[in-house]
Ligand binder design. Sequence first.
Ligand code: FAD
Length: 319
Amino acid sequence: MSKVLVFTEFQNGNLKRSSQELLQFAATTGKPVVALALGSQAKTGAAQLAHHGAQEVLLCADTAYDAYNPELFSVAAAEAIQQAGASLVLASASSSGKDLFPRVAAKIGAGVVSDGTEITVSGDDVKVKKPMYAGKCFATAQFENAATKIVLMRANQLPVAAADTSKTATITEHAFTKPSLKTLIKEVVKGASEKLDLTEANVVVSGGRGLKEAANFSMLNDLASVLGATVGASRAVVDAGWVGHSMQVGQTGKTVAPTLYIAVGISGAIQHLAGMSGSKVIVAINNDPNAPIFQKATYGIVGDAFEIVPKLTEEFKKI
Ligand code: FAD
């Protein structure tokens, strides 16, 4: 039977939620599930792959794979797909996923659909729902004449059940071909916001130009630390240099779909909504009752962020 290969990712030794979602979904297809795990974190975390539904693990714990390098990873992923004989490949629509898999698809002649928010698999038939035109409408994509189908799913779109620690998998250590590299990643410097990946976060508190100046983001950091949230931002404040681009949510930033998204002093331009409208509950705090963000918000608070945010932080501390 044709297999499903899941490209998995770890952060601080833990299997990312997006990979848990993909493995658990893959297990529901009824096809054998192979997890590809690259880098030294993969070795210590390999058991987690089985707990979330992998029956086979293709492991390469070489430290060369600790930092994402498209030249190296594309060869490894292409070889793994061919070795596993996978007809369906699932990966996260993260920035590295979207960089990597078009390259892999070109190498092996596969079809690729990115930014999936829903997926159905029935035999060889794979349908993927994905937003178009910055989230103004949705398309359902299907593959034609693609022996291998690659689907990149957005994080937080698929359900995750608790890990089943009784499950085991066959782990095969493998060395993939290393091409001679044109670029070498020497060091990856993570921004403060990347302690917890924005795209993986369950709660996001984002700030916009309504915060007036960079120093006022401390107010959001306080609220975020009480909620266990990650801080995001609109492009206006990124362009102003208040925070780094890794924190930008939107069409030209990151796409997030947390359980709770709190937008503070953000007007709700279509390009911002494109990156967060998949959030389950949206709370908007804005002093302009006509701000477009209120049309998307589940709950709207009209008022001054400088009064409301500290009050919210104090109230959440009591819970
Ligand atoms: P503003 O639009 O200036 O809104 C500030 C809000 O704060 C206002 O609604 C105001 O009422 C409110 N406010 C002011 N004072 C207070 C207060 N004391 N308390 C509460 N509220 C207050 N934007 C993104 O965010 N992400 C993207 O990825 C992105 N990509 C883009 C791509 C392109 C090609 C283009 C053209 C634009 C893109 N933009 C993006 C920019 C986008 O169009 C907006 O300009 C931007 O989102 C506005 O940011 P903002 O909401 O922080 O600022």
